[in-house]
Design a protein around this ligand. Structure first.
Ligand SMILES: [Fe+2]
Length: 302
């Protein structure tokens, strides 16, 4: 199971696409209808879809997996009673699978049979998404749902977050104990620390300072730099997230405490908590589809 892409709807999608290509560093992949698709240097056909819409919302977050995993997932989703339906993707890479709404409205799409593309060169291109984090009213409950239904595994719990993995990467998603439901941030994996630092410099050239970072997190041990994008979402340059084994001991909040005045390993930067909080509320979730039986996937696996 791999995190592939996030599909956003927002006003001025082309303005957002311009920022993410000209300044953030993604490459244009395609434009279909009013939707801009942007890619990284890796083999996914796109990482971010930006669809023109009157209001900002997250349409879906997409994971790709095998047909076998899809069949297991479909059975568990049906048993859970979560709203879901089958989908055939019209986005680059195609594929088919299911889309499911978690209890707090997060919409996750799981696709099998997707196609990939040749990697491209680019010194400062993000490689892929490394995680998409969501805000939750009850992060603990959502953590249990993604473990029990989706087969994800909780890697660590802190005072602020429940970190969840879907492969050996320490986390591909996380649920923040925020008191509301929304997109928290989108993290792009950079090739190395230098690429993160050059990214920070590139944004500084355009008058943008990090809202938090550079720094190195505790859980996942990854380097980070968070920015508030002009289109309103929080985006992150990240690199070197830990790989963990099946027997990774799930950390508890008391395992992840900081000395007075510290909230990351380096202690280099201030965190603009107020500005981040405003940005983290901007992209909510919207399900504009009706739930329907997962007959084709379940039939295929019978
Ligand atoms: Fe992050």
């Amino acid at each position: 199971m791999r995190l592939r892409s996030i599909e956003l709807a927002l006003p001025d999608a082309s303005g957002a696409a311009e920022f993410l290509t000209d300044i953030w560093g993604l490459a244009p992949a395609d434009v279909r209808g009013g939707t801009h698709y942007l890619r990284g240097s890796g083999s996914f056909p796109y990482l971010v879809a930006l669809e023109e819409a009157a209001q900002a919302f997250v349409r879906s977050t997409t994971f790709v997996c095998s047909e076998e995993r899809l069949a297991v997932l479909a059975k568990a989703v049906v048993a859970s009673g979560l709203a879901a339906r089958e989908v055939s993707s019209q986005d680059p890479g195609g594929g088919h699978g299911l889309i499911v709404e978690l209890p707090e409205g997060e919409v996750l799409r799981f696709l099998g049979g997707t196609s990939e593309v040749d990697p491209i060169e680019g010194r400062d291109l993000p490689v892929k998404l490394t995680h998409c984090v969501f805000n939750s009213v009850d992060a603990e409950a959502t953590g249990h749902v993604v473990e029990d239904v989706l087969g994800f595994r909780i890697s660590d719990r802190t005072k602020a977050m429940v970190f969840v993995r879907c492969n050996t990467s320490h986390h591909s998603t996380a649920f923040a104990r925020a008191g509301f439901s929304s997109l928290n941030h989108i993290a792009f994996e950079m090739a190395d620390i230098d690429a993160v630092m050059r990214g920070i410099g590139r944004l500084r050239d355009c008058g943008m300072a990090p809202a938090w970072g550079p720094g190195r997190h505790g859980p996942g041990d990854n380097v980070f730099a968070y920015f508030i994008a002009p289109f309103g979402a929080v985006v992150e340059f990240s690199t070197a997230v830990d790989k963990v084994a099946d027997d990774y001991r799930v950390g508890a909040p008391e395992d992840w405490t900081w000395p007075q005045g510290r909230i990351d390993q380096w202690g280099l930067s201030e965190k603009d908590t107020a500005a981040l909080r405003v940005a983290e509320e901007r992209f909510r979730f919207l399900r504009d589809w009706e739930a329907a039986p997962l007959s084709a996937i379940l039939g295929a696996s019978a």
